[in-house]
Design a protein around this ligand. Structure first.
Ligand code: URA
Ligand code: SF4
Length: 217
């Protein structure tokens, strides 16, 4: 059945990552495809034990066509290293696959938070990635990713770093279902220029470490 306003109708029959990536390139499941440069699909180890889910591509990711290549990605890479996580053993993606922005002044593109409707429209790609990669742990980076999987009522501040069972309300065909760990978005750590910056970074690394402890025994 065609469901307007969702990525679902663009999912290919072949659910391998390459086929998914190719199909996502033509997705028009919500209005965000119109102004962005390209779909930024997930990238990394196709059998990764650990999947990292951000919010949406930023300006640099939109141009490069790859997730986490800009400033937030650099902070994430450093934090993974400090948490003892090999980036080659991760698969990195976003809750929403197109960059949402407004233009300020001349050319500068300013990130805009995706709406709940857009997050829900894009979720079929994320669920298909989880089914294809079969990670042991899914780390949600920030509220957008966490709420995409755990529901709109989920609060990162209340449950960050905890190992959470995959919600039964979300329909993924993967056995065993991955554990979910939510933490803040690396951009929030980056933006924190206060005295609390070092502490925010340490807490972020600690959350990544607890995600690592779920699969590294
Ligand atoms: N922020 C995200 O959430 N994802 C990216 O890919 C880059 C920045
Ligand atoms: Fe499709 Fe997601 Fe892009 Fe919307 S944001 S057009 S649902 S890939």
């Amino acid at each position: 059945m065609r469901s307007p306003g969702s990525a679902a109708q663009y999912l290919p029959e072949d659910r391998g990552l390459d086929a998914l990536r190719a199909a996502a390139g033509g997705c028009q499941g919500c209005p965000l495809y119109a102004d962005a440069t390209q779909t930024v699909f997930g990238h990394g180890d196709p059998g990764a034990p650990l999947m990292l889910v951000g919010e949406q591509p930023g300006d640099q990711e939109d141009r490069a066509g790859l997730p986490f290549v800009g400033p937030a990605g650099r902070l994430l890479a450093r934090a993974l290293d400090d948490a003892g996580i090999d980036p080659a053993l991760t698969y990195q993606t976003n809750a929403v696959k197109h960059f949402k922005f407004t233009r300020k002044g001349g050319k500068r593109r300013i990130h805009q938070k995706p709406s709940r409707t857009e997050v829900v429209a894009c979720r079929p790609w994320l669920l298909a990635e989880i089914e294809a990669v079969r990670p042991q742990v899914v780390v949600c980076l920030g509220a957008t990713a966490a709420q995409s999987l755990l529901g709109a009522a989920f609060r990162v501040s209340a449950q960050r770093g905890e190992a959470i069972r995959f919600p039964s309300s979300v329909d993924v065909r993967v056995e065993p279902e991955p554990i979910v760990v939510a933490t803040v978005h690396p951009s929030s750590v980056l933006r924190d220029r206060s005295d609390a910056h070092d502490e925010a970074y340490k807490l972020f690394v600690a959350d990544l470490r607890s995600a690592r402890n779920v699969y590294a025994h």
